[in-house]
Design a protein. Structure first.
Length: 444
């Protein structure tokens, strides 16, 4: 299925989730005043938005392939904010429809339904606050993540209890069936994400083949499917160049895991490679793994790749630091396929030591129509290449003409500030946004 087709199907699924209960409640009819009906509709919309907020980041491969990880996280954040705003509007309309509902502000008069509603509302507001603060807690990301997950789970449970204890919606057989389908679908997605994939899916079980040092702080982890046991034969992961996977060193729901780009090219070999910079306790521990050690991966994910079924274009690859990892997968794939399309690679780093795959890029230059431009922000005195940043001035100097026979697709990967700056520069150069693909190294 093409990503465009998957996007249409997922958009339809989200619309059904959002509008289905609302339309059914309108069809079943109600003699309540308009304010009461609006209060019910906003509550149903808030519920649908909350379900979509939870489903979006649940690592459904067809969704991450359709939207990309940036798109998925963007949907998650925007829909989560809309759900919170809709809950606040729901509370306002409840008070407008029935002034006696002011007892919601008096804990002594709370019913079970109102307790659940207050708890869910407070939880959603706190979740929004945590999302705003996520960039300030990078060193405590694991703690932030688990607080975020536990709060989200609590909001879901409290919302379901609020609807159940109110009774007037679940007493309607049509709406009761709709809620049942919604709950069943949500439980299915959550069970797949949090139980089946991390604990029982044998296809995620791999073992270390080799750990290869690229530089003092960067290592390449080579893994392959776990050896068959008890007659079960593992299958090779099928991925596209530029995609990524989450990596764990323990089989547990609570095990720490991080996303890494797959740097190998998709071919008949079952081995999969990840090139990882040591930037913390988890990434540093990767360098200590030994052949035969078990690891588990969840992937592939992402839409940061080209689609030859839709177009065949020249490529401009713009990377900073380890942002070159998806680019090297693309280049290795082009070389493996004998693809002769023109490719320009802009590789930026602070120092020479941080420029990765230099020797291999020289070899790939003999196999491909490849031009490599290296840019250092802290060049040594004897540096003969380009210095500074990858900005509009540099791009104007090195980008190929777009009037040739090859149309161009642009791929940009690296830290968030770099990606944002390059994206703005490309837009200033009037590059069509539809042909610009980005992948930011950010908290997920």
């Amino acid at each position: 299925m093409l990503p465009s087709q998957a996007r249409v199907l997922w958009a339809a699924a989200f619309l059904v989730t959002l509008l289905g209960p609302v339309l059914l409640s309108l069809v079943t009819g109600s003699d309540n005043p308009l304010a009461s009906q609006l209060a019910v509709q906003t509550g149903l919309l808030a519920t649908g938005l909350l379900v979509c907020t939870v489903i979006a980041p649940s690592r459904l491969r067809s969704l991450t392939r359709a939207l990309g990880i940036e798109g998925v996280l963007g949907v998650h954040r925007v829909v989560g904010l809309l759900a919170t705003l809709m809950v606040i509007l729901h509370v306002v309309l409840v008070l407008a429809a029935n002034p006696n509902s002011v007892t919601l502000f008096d804990p002594r008069q709370w019913t079970m339904a109102s307790r659940a509603a207050v708890g869910a509302t407070v939880g959603m507001v706190v979740l929004i606050g945590l999302a705003v603060l996520r960039h300030r807690v990078r060193r405590r990301y694991a703690l932030w993540r688990w607080v975020h997950l536990l709060l989200a789970g609590s909001v879901l449970v409290l919302t379901a209890l609020h609807i159940w204890w109110l009774q007037h919606l679940v007493n309607d057989p049509v709406l009761r069936a709709a809620f049942g389908l919604l709950v069943a679908g949500l439980l299915g997605v959550l069970s797949y994400r949090w139980v089946w994939r991390p604990c029982f899916d044998k296809r995620s079980a791999y073992e270390v083949i080799e750990v290869r040092a690229e530089t003092e702080d960067v290592h390449t982890l080579v893994i392959g499917p776990r050896r068959p046991r008890h007659g079960f034969d593992t299958s090779t992961m099928a991925f596209e160049p530029g995609q990524f996977a989450w990596l764990r060193v323990k089989r547990s729901v609570t095990a720490e895991e991080h996303p890494f780009t797959i740097t190998s090219c998709p071919r008949e070999s079952a081995a999969v490679e990840f090139t990882i910079r040591n930037a913390g306790d988890f990434t540093s521990s990767v360098a200590t793994l030994e052949p035969g050690d078990p690891v588990w991966i969840d992937g592939p994910h992402g839409a940061f790749t080209w689609d030859d079924r839709a177009y065949r274009r020249a490529l401009v690859l713009i990377a900073a630091g380890v942002g070159i990892t998806p680019m090297i997968s693309m280049l290795r794939t082009l070389a493996f396929r004998g693809d002769g399309r023109p490719v320009l690679l802009l590789s930026g780093a602070r120092t020479v030591d941080e420029l990765l795959f230099r020797d291999e890029l020289r070899e790939l230059g003999d196999q491909l129509d490849l031009t490599v431009v290296e840019v250092l922000s802290r060049p040594p005195a004897d540096w003969s290449g380009r210095s500074g940043r990858i900005d509009r001035v540099l791009l104007r100097q090195v980008l190929p003409e777009r009037s040739g026979r090859h149309k161009i697709e642009y791929f940009v990967c690296g830290p968030s500030p770099m990606v944002t700056d390059v994206l703005l520069a490309l837009q200033e150069l009037r590059i069509d946004a539809a042909h610009i693909h980005t992948e930011q190294f950010d908290m997920v």
